[in-house]
Write a protein that binds this ligand. Structure first.
Ligand SMILES: [Cu+2]
Length: 387
């Protein structure tokens, strides 16, 4: 129905333009070429002026109207520390370019009106002025240099890698068509080594099970982060280009096959805190499901999310993953509650190079299910969970 109405509108506008053109033709015939030309020229000049101001008004009005939906404004605060720097940079840029936009926009449309064709008026020949050339070369130069230097300073602060003595939480995401494989290092805090040649049905990351660091790594469905702690994400890809995008944290980094990348950031708000801030805005105090007035409020259903920001194939959209930020205590408890992928899926299988051997995971002896069953003696019940 709407589509039909739009097509109808377009046809009508076309008809109006056609009729105006025809009327102009008729006027030309009645009044003579020149008068008709002058009149039509004047009308166009005024129309252009009106269009210019309308465009300016709409630009400013819609920017203001939608500002609470844009990152960096209203409820869309940055949930990470470096994000505030990015938002600040963006605002500086917006203000500077905004001023230039308004001035040049007004001048452009006003001049096209002021200097329209008028009978007997001759253009003023003004070919060169050194002073003017200097002004309009140097002003943009200094403004752009300022923006570039400011941006570079923010960039350097954001992209600096961790130093050897830094304390940080590390985890890994691997993009693939069409999911993110998330891996946390377990209680030892160290991610195990990987080799693409080891990738198999039960080992989608190619983890090397000979490496003890792999034994307690776990692969959760959601990403959980501690508030106020430095987080380092290792980002890789298994097939094509993907992009690790956490919009609320102003984190975005490409996942490139064969070239690990990383991003370091510090979450500054927990999910609960972010929700409580959303609650203050009327647009978030509406039922999450518009067809069901009884459903939860929109702010209650909010969750941070990870998206793929590189169009990577036909199910690109399916790469959404929820992200939850909790307090450091809750985070530690969550890490402890997770089950090691190796112990749950590999230990004792034919893929397990340590099958039948006794190993020590974070100080706890593990004989594996097979060994325990075979030997029958010293049956250490599977208290294998990493402590
Ligand atoms: Cu993707």
């Amino acid at each position: 129905m709407t589509a039909l109405a739009i097509i109808g509108c377009i046809l009508l506008v076309g008809l109006v333009i056609y009729q105006i053109a025809r009327i102009n033709e008729i006027i030309k015939r009645i009044k003579g070429e020149e008068t008709a030309f002058l009149q039509s020229n004047n009308n166009t000049a005024i129309a252009v002026l009106v269009f210019g101001f309308l465009l300016l008004f709409l630009t400013i009005y819609t920017s203001y109207y939608y500002k609470n939906r844009m990152f960096g404004y209203g409820p869309m605060l940055s949930a990470s520390e470096h994000g505030k720097l990015i938002d600040h940079s963006m605002n500086t840029m917006l203000i500077l370019t905004g001023i230039v936009y308004v001035i040049t926009h007004i001048l452009l449309f006003y001049f096209s009106y002021r200097y329209r064709y008028q009978k007997g008026k001759k253009a003023w020949f003004y070919p060169h002025n050194n002073k003017l050339e200097m002004v309009w070369t140097l002003t943009p130069f200094f403004v752009l240099a300022f923006l570039a230097i400011e941006g570079l300073m923010v960039w350097n602060k954001m992209m600096a890698d961790v130093k050897p003595n830094d304390k940080y939480v590390e985890f890994e995401v691997t993009g693939m068509q069409f999911a993110w494989l998330v891996r946390y290092p377990g209680v030892d805090g160290k991610l195990g080594t990987r080799d693409f040649k080891l990738i198999s049905g039960t080992n989608d990351l190619g983890q090397d099970w000979n490496d003890p660091k792999n034994w307690d790594d776990f692969k959760p469905d959601e990403i959980v982060l501690p508030k106020g702690k430095k987080v380092r994400v290792r980002i890789t890809s298994r097939d094509v280009l993907h992009s690790f995008f956490l919009p609320h944290f102003r984190v975005k980094m490409d996942a490139v096959p064969g070239m690990p990348t990383y991003f370091i950031f510090t979450p500054s708000m927990t999910t609960e805190e972010y929700k409580n801030n959303l609650k203050k805005y009327p647009e978030w105090n509406v039922p999450a499901d518009p067809s069901d007035p009884e459903s939860k409020m929109k702010w209650e259903t909010f969750t941070f999310e990870l998206a793929c920001a590189e169009l990577c194939g036909d199910s690109h959209f399916a790469m959404r993953r929820p992200v939850r930020v909790v307090t450091p205590e809750q985070y530690d408890a969550w890490v402890k509650s997770q089950q090691s992928y190796y112990l749950a899926n590999v230990r004792g299988n034919d893929d397990d190079p340590n099958k039948g051997k006794s190993i020590k995971i974070n100080g706890v002896v593990n004989n594996g299910p097979a060994a325990a069953a075979d030997s029958g003696s010293e049956t250490k019940t599977d208290s294998t969970k990493a402590e």
